[in-house]
Every structure is written in C-alpha cells, then in structure tokens.
Ligand binder design. Structure first.
Ligand SMILES: Nc1nc2c(ncn2[C@@H]2O[C@H](COP(=O)(O)OP(=O)(O)OP(=O)(O)O)[C@@H](O)[C@H]2O)c(=O)[nH]1
Ligand SMILES: [Mg+2]
Length: 442
C-alpha cells in the first residue's frame, strides 16, 4: 500500500560536500522522472546509482548528481523510494527539495520514513528505536549496542516470548472450550510450567535493563569529596581541557559542572561537584545540597581523598557505599601512599583509574550481551514488567480449582503488553494459532 509522497533531506543541513534527499510514497518515480526531465515511461532501473542532471519544472538546472530508484517493497520504507545524492550546502539541497514539492511531494514529519518502514513491516518498533540510537550514538559501545538491537536479536527474543504466550493461550482456550473432552482438560501442571518458563524469560531480559539503559544513555560518574581534594583538577585531567576552575582556595567549585566523555569507548557523563563540608556560606551550602543530589543519582561516585590522608567518618561511610570508588589524589605529593593513586598534575594513575571506572560500570556488559540481548529503554522495561505482573496474576487461576478464563485474561493482557512493545497489534493471530495448532474442528 502506498501512502502520500514525502520528501526530506536525509543528511544534516549545512556546508558539506554531499547531501542526500529522499522521497517515498505514491508516484515517487513520477516525481523523480520530472526532476530528471525523463519521459513518463522512461525505465527506472532498480537499486543502481545513475549519474544525471536534476532540473526544476521549467528546466532550470539544479545540480548533477546520482539518483537511485528503490521499487517497493524492497526499499527502506517498503514503498517506492528514490534517493538523490547531490552537492551539499544550503542552496542545492533546498532547490532540489523545492522542486520535489512542486512535483507533488510534501515535507516528511520527523521519523516519518522509519515510521512507514514499521507500518509496512520492514522493521519492528524495537529496530526503529535502534536506528535512532545508532544515529545518536557517540561512543563505540553505544554503536555496538544499537547495531546489535538493529540486527533483530532483541526482537527475536521478544517474539519468542510472545509465541510462548500464544501457545499458552491456545492451551488455556482448549481447557476452557473442551473441559469435558474424553482426554480431559490439559494438565494444569503443564500449563503452570509453561507460564513459569515464560516468566523466567521475561525476568532474564529485565535483568539486562539496568546495564542496557546505562550504555544507551551514558553512566553518571560523580566526583565528590572534601573541598580542595582535587576534584576539579581530576575532572579537567579526564576531560583533557581546563573546564572547571581550580584554585588552592577550599570551596572553589559551587555549581555542579557536567561533561560528556568517551571513556575508552564507553559513554560517561562526568560531574564535578562542590566540596562537601559544613559551611556557613549561603551560596556554598546551596552548592553542597546539589552535590548531595548528584551523589544520590550517581551510577558511580569517585570519592576523592588526598593520598595518605585517613578517611574521616563521612568519607568512610560514603566509601562503604556499593557504587563508590575511593580515588587517592595528588599522588605526586605522596608517592608512597596506598590505594588507587592518581595525580592530575603529572597524569600518573589516570589510565588505571579509567580502567577501574569502565570495569565497575560496564564490566558485565559483554558477559551479559553474549547470553541475552539487552533492554535499552524505560519503555522496554515498563512493558515487560507489566507483562510479568500479568503472568504472576494468572498463576493462582491455574491451580486445580482455578478459573482458566481468568488465567487466559491475564495472559492475553501480558501479550498485549509485548505487542505494544514490538509494535504488533494483530489479535486475529492468536485465534489463527489456536485453530491451526489444535485442529479444533476435527
Ligand atoms: N600537586 C598536586 N596538586 C594538585 C593536584 N590536584 C589538585 N591539586 C591542587 O589542589 C588544589 C585544589 O584543587 P581543586 O581541583 O580545585 O580541588 P577541588 O576538590 O575541586 O576543590 P573545591 O572545588 O574547592 O571543592 C589546587 O591548588 C590544585 O592545584 C595534583 O594532582 N597534584
Ligand atoms: Mg572544585
């Protein structure tokens, strides 16, 4: 099915050597032929880049570039799609778009090409999200994660879970419709075991959400500690720019400063905070209150304590937290001290610190990724949590004196949750599976 013709610049606008403009929908090839000045019946070879001049409707030349025809359904959107590769900058792509509008296209809304790809079954919602993530990625880890999701690993896993629920519903329907059959109803123990294994699958996926979301969004790493501990110096050293003010005056940093950082290929948001102490200065106290909020939200706190100094009570209690790493600063002044020694001044110990941070935050990712595809968004987590809750509610109704109708109701709701997640909304399919698998009419 072809919907109306949309056009958009597929590359970033601004000065560039090349730009790509694409159109998709009804009469895409008609519009393209007009831009090329070709006859209405001129052949449009599929998926071959053709060098040709582009014109406005009155024949005014726009550019000379490559045009590629993608007949649907073998195209990104599943519709007839044409890509024009032209010179970049502001003028040429703008003129080309205007000519396409004159030829019947309208400007696409954000994400509309990908939306059509989903509607036409080329990709599912999970893969559409992965395309967005790949475009947004700034680190290798994020790129790898997005590609893995685009590959369909997560989709396959979710579809498999969904299939388990379809089968479960089929068993339950049999139980509901034919309780008096000769063979008797399906053994409740069998149904319970199936439900248990579907729940285990869902819970295994939920177990990956924490890390998956961390990779996609970046981990929050907070530099904290007493005033003058060397937090801002370390912040600057890790960023490799003098971003935060550094002075010998305790209480220099007041506002929390954040920066995105690629730490050995892993995404981190690093925050430098106001030094923790009892202060009578109103502004400093406000800053310290913000520091505490950051500490509460941190995926990892780097507690900065000058090398060789004993931890005081507050530091010791922070250090005991599960997501704190004690960093011994100013190691150049105390070379014989113990601990994770770093010097912002000489750079000594920084690579080891980076390794320790990456390991603490992301060490499990690779191990996990081999076992299970990862959930990467709150949307995934919410939908699967909901599905799991529904299945849990189905359980009591699977006891011998339970009501299979109620059990089926909850399983159906769990399935609806998965359907929404993957982007499938075809209820007829369940009916189809029931009849196909059980030969009820026999
Ligand atoms: N020798 C040496 N001095 C350092 C090092 N790191 C920081 N300093 C000095 O320690 C003092 C405090 O450094 P900052 O980075 O401002 O410390 P801070 O923890 O951000 O302090 P507040 O913002 O006040 O909480 C400055 O005089 C720095 O030059 C280091 O690795 N070696
Ligand atoms: Mg500071």
């Amino acid at each position: 099915m072809l919907s109306d013709l949309i056009a958009a610049l597929a590359t970033a606008s601004g000065r560039s050597a090349l730009a790509v403009v694409r159109i998709s929908g009804r009469d895409a090839f008609v519009a393209a032929r007009r831009i090329l000045g070709w006859a209405a019946d001129a052949p449009t070879p599929a998926r071959q880049a053709i060098l040709a001049p582009f014109h406005e409707a009155d024949g005014t030349p726009i550019d000379r570039g490559l045009v590629t025809f993608f007949p649907g359904p073998a195209s990104y959107t599943g519709e007839d799609l044409v890509e024009f590769s032209c010179h970049g900058g502001l003028l040429v792509p703008g003129q080309l778009l205007a000519a396409l509008f004159a030829a019947g296209a309208r400007l696409a809304t954000p994400g509309e090409f990908t939306r059509r790809a989903v509607l036409n079954g080329k990709i599912d919602l999970i893969q559409a999200e992965a395309i967005g993530d790949l475009v947004e990625a700034t680190t290798r880890a994020q790129g790898r994660g997005a590609l893995r999701q685009l590959d369909g690993g997560l989709s396959a896993r979710l579809n498999d879970l969904r299939q388990q629920l379809v089968d479960l519903l089929a068993l339950l329907s049999y139980d509901i419709d034919f309780p008096e059959e000769d063979d008797g109803p399906v053994d409740r123990g069998t149904i319970q075991a199936r439900l248990g294994s579907a729940r285990a699958g869902i819970e295994a996926l939920l177990g990956t959400a924490h890390l998956g979301e961390r990779v996609r969004r970046g981990a929050l790493v907070v530099l904290a500690g007493r005033p003058n501990a060397g937090k801002s110096s370390l912040f600057n050293a890790l960023l490799r720019v003098e971003r935060a003010l550094v002075t010998e005056v305790p209480g220099t940093t007041r506002d929390t400063i954040e920066a995105d950082l690629d730490l050995d290929g892993w995404p981190v948001r690093l925050a430098d905070t106001a030094g923790l102490r009892d202060s009578t200065d109103r502004i400093e106290r406000l800053g310290i209150a913000v520091s505490r909020k950051y500490l509460a939200a941190a995926d990892l706190t780097l507690l900065c304590v000058e090398a060789g100094r004993r931890l005081d009570d507050e530091e010791a209690s922070l250090a005991a937290g599960p997501s704190t790493l004690v960093v011994r600063t100013k190691a150049d002044l105390h070379p014989a001290a113990d601990g994770l020694l770093v010097s912002a001044t000489t750079g000594a110990g920084l690579p080891a610190l980076v390794r320790a941070v990456v390991d603490r935050l992301f060490g499990e990712v690779e191990r996990f990724a081999d076992l299970e595809p990862m959930l990467t968004r709150e949307r995934h987590r919410v939908a699967l949590t909901q599905a799991d809750l529904e299945l849990m509610e189905a359980m009591p109704h699977l006891e011998d004196d339970g009501d299979a109708v109620l059990a089926a109701h909850h399983v159906r709701r769990a399935m609806a949750s998965l359907d929404e997640l993957i982007g499938v909304v075809d209820v007829e399919e369940v009916l189809g599976a029931i009849f196909e698998r059980f030969c009820v009419g026999k």
